[in-house]
Design a protein around this ligand. Structure first.
Ligand code: ADP
Ligand code: ADP
Length: 224
């Protein structure tokens, strides 16, 4: 079943045509790697399909709803309930402990502290970072910080996880560990993952790869 479908997306930043007719289909529960060289439009595509950045033209559908015709408010509500995000760095709140960071999305949706922290602890254990629960993000290693961020993305049981170069700041050993834990956690919950990466080693964790081509067309092509 197609969960997320993007068609004929165009997006320009001034004279830079970042997307020129890009399209993409994500089925429920599948892990898709979006590949391509730096500057080819991968992040722009991810931001457009995740409802963070409005495309200049084209359509994004999520289930039977059209993301591209929703109000900003509807889109941010949908992001909160159905999507999870993991970026390269900088997404944890430095003033909060790691446990408070993971519990935050649940607290913001009105869950009691005790229940939110219990759920957060469970996810931190699955990501093997329960040991840093009481530390602040600045006190952890890069790999631990990314695993805390993944626990936070998963705690609301999203249908889609958007990950933009999630291992970009890590050495290869920690990168592999993060990918292993991210993909097995997604399999467990049935979440789809849209994974932007320029590394084949990271893309190897996906079910399918699409390539955003550099140059004019920048079409997305199915590799496997
Ligand atoms: P990738 O993720 O493949 O590296 P991006 O989607 O980040 O590619 O960028 C595609 C092109 O659009 C690049 O030329 C980039 O410099 C440009 N670009 C992306 N975001 C912006 C922005 N906010 N303002 C201006 N140019 C941008
Ligand atoms: P990545 O591709 O790993 O996400 P980038 O450095 O390409 O990282 O982009 C980081 C942020 O800067 C993004 O929000 C992107 O939209 C923006 N950006 C990218 N290129 C430009 C640019 N030439 N001018 C302004 N903003 C840009």
């Amino acid at each position: 079943m197609s969960l997320l479908v993007a068609q004929d997306l165009h997006k320009s930043f001034g004279k830079t045509h970042a997307l020129e007719g890009a399209g993409l289909t994500i089925r429920a529960g599948e892990i898709v790697a979006v590949m391509g060289p730096s500057g080819s439009g991968k992040s722009t595509l991810l931001h457009c399909i995740a409802g963070i950045l409005p495309p200049d033209s084209g359509v994004v559908r999520y289930g039977d709803r059209e993301l591209t015709s929703m109000s900003d408010r509807e889109r941010s509500e949908l992001r909160r309930t159905d999507f999870g995000f993991v970026f390269q760095f900088g997404q944890l709140v430095p003033e909060l402990t790691c446990l408070e960071n993971v519990a935050l999305p649940l607290r913001l949706s009105g869950m009691k502290r005790k229940d939110a922290e219990r759920a957060a602890k469970d996810w931190m254990a699955k990501l093997e970072v329960d040991g840093v629960a009481d530390q602040r993000p600045g006190e952890t290693s890069g790999g631990q910080g990314q695993r805390v961020a993944i626990a936070r993305a998963l705690v609301t049981a999203p249908k889609v996880i958007f990950a933009d170069e999630p291992t970009g700041a890590l050495d290869s050993l920690n990168g592999e560990r993060v990918m292993h834990l991210l993909t097995s956690a997604a399999r467990e919950t049935g979440a789809a993952v849209v994974l932007v990466t320029h590394e084949a080693r990271v893309a190897a964790y996906s079910d399918r790869e699409v390539v955003v081509r550099d140059g004019k067309a920048r079409d997305v092509e199915f590799v496997r």
